[in-house]
Design a binder for this molecule. Structure first.
Ligand code: ZN
Length: 153
């Protein structure tokens, strides 16, 4: 889906839009043995290691999307041996059974997967600061990162 590719590219180039913390992580390409790849995988090397796996849905986050990221987290644990792995799913809405499954995974497996809603927690449309060139929410009055008030149009 074209919209999903656009969002993937946006968050790949500007991971701080997802979480400020991700600025300290390195983006890594990962393919597991069965050929599957998480949308984005961020790695922080300094011990103890820390990994954040991000999945992006341009539509609703459903049961399958939660199972998918959960399986990536388990695969990554085996692959890297890192014990500190969390997930973030980005989507437009989330279904009730997806919420239920996330609660089960959190309680029974002690795995943290957070949800970010497009247009609410993370931007869909951005504009770029003319000074520091970082991406800001399209309706920002001034740059969140440097305070500058001019944007590329
Ligand atoms: Zn700026």
């Amino acid at each position: 889906m074209a919209d999903e590719e656009r969002l993937l590219e946006l968050f790949k180039c500007h991971p701080y839009l997802i979480d400020d913390e991700l600025e300290n992580f390195e983006l890594i390409a990962r393919t597991y043995r069965n050929g599957t790849q998480p949308d984005l995988l961020f790695y922080k090397h300094n011990p103890p290691c820390e990994i954040v796996i991000v999945e992006i849905k341009s539509g609703a986050i459903d049961h399958n999307a939660v199972n998918q990221i959960y399986s990536y987290i388990r695969k990554e644990r085996n692959y890297s041996g890192c014990g500190n792995i969390r997930g973030i799913i980005i989507g437009r809405t989330i279904s009730d059974n997806a919420v239920k499954l996330l609660q089960q995974i959190s309680e029974n497996k002690n795995i943290n997967i957070s949800v970010k809603i497009l247009g609410q927690d993370v931007p869909e449309k951005v504009k770029y600061c003319i000074k520091c060139r970082k991406a800001n929410w399209f309706n920002a009055q001034k740059c969140k990162y440097c305070g500058n008030q001019k944007f590329f149009t």
